[in-house]
Write a protein that binds this ligand. Sequence first.
Ligand code: 3HC
Length: 302
Amino acid sequence: LKKLCRVHAREARPVKSAAVLGAGIMGGGIAFASALKGVPARMKDISQGQLDLGSGEADKLLARQVRQGRLAPDQAEAVRRGIVAQLDYAGFQQVDLVVEAVVENIDVKHAVLAELETMIAEDAIIASNTSSLRIDDLAVPLSRPHNFVGMHFFNPVPVMPLVEIVKGEKTGMAAVSAAVGYAAAMGKTPVVVKDCPGFLVNRILIANTRAFCQLVADGADFELVDRAMEDFGWPMGPAYLMDVVGMDTGSHVCKVIAAGYPERMASTWQDVLELMVGHKRLGQKTGAGFYRYEADPAGKPV
Ligand code: 3HC
């Protein structure tokens, strides 16, 4: 696998400038990870509020780098200048690769991707950060599907090394190589996976989530489950992890995988996650999920 990645990285057209569509926590994290490694990233959203969120995320991450002595203040300032927050497509003709990280809704993604394709150079790559939707399904409105690939980052982007690179049926090898090369340039570990609902990681992660929801529905105390799984060796328990991922995202990924593999899915997860979504307890992003959070949304549960 490592050899495969090295081959792709060697053959890839280097991504010298990038852009991210959708400027939430994921978009801000991707733009930060890119700029930190010297690839400037435009960050576009339709909402100023979301742009502020993404910029704030990048600011926070840079401040942490300075505090930890990893970047001098002037280096941090240079990285910050590499992240350009914008509401329009200015400069998109010049970027080599755009990561689409908008809401996980196929109709919205179709509309955004079709528009994006008209705003970029003919040979620029579009990479979707979808968590679970098939690349072939997302590619439907595109006239250049060979330039379209999946690039699935994990939350929190700055610290999670893995990026799934998803090759759809029509994805060209140049697009796969560019995405592999870009992920490697960001210091990440790319893994090329098949185009199926949930790809590799979420098919495993969601099996755990389903089992966790089953325990909660059976009456288990989620804090005790978390403590047990952390003592077992997981970096965070399943309830806390769902708060990081977001109940809406988790529920959506469950639905996509359930639709893809109906014969393998029990449905208890839906009752628990939908209950949380119904109460707007989406996780850290709304200040409460299984746990409640202080003002800093990435803070520890209280
Ligand atoms: N943003 C940026 N950096 C962060 C961070 C955040 N939100 N949280 C922690 N960090 C950094 C810290 O600064 C620290 O960096 P340093 O070593 O350079 O000082 C490092 O991460 C370790 O942090 P801590 O010691 O405070 O905490 P932990 O040891 O508990 O590690 C963690 C934090 C890396 C987030 C760890 O808990 C973990 O790996 N959790 C699992 C996360 C996970 O599974 N994510 C995937 C979610 S699924 C997904 O995103 C896909 C979607 O499709 C559903």
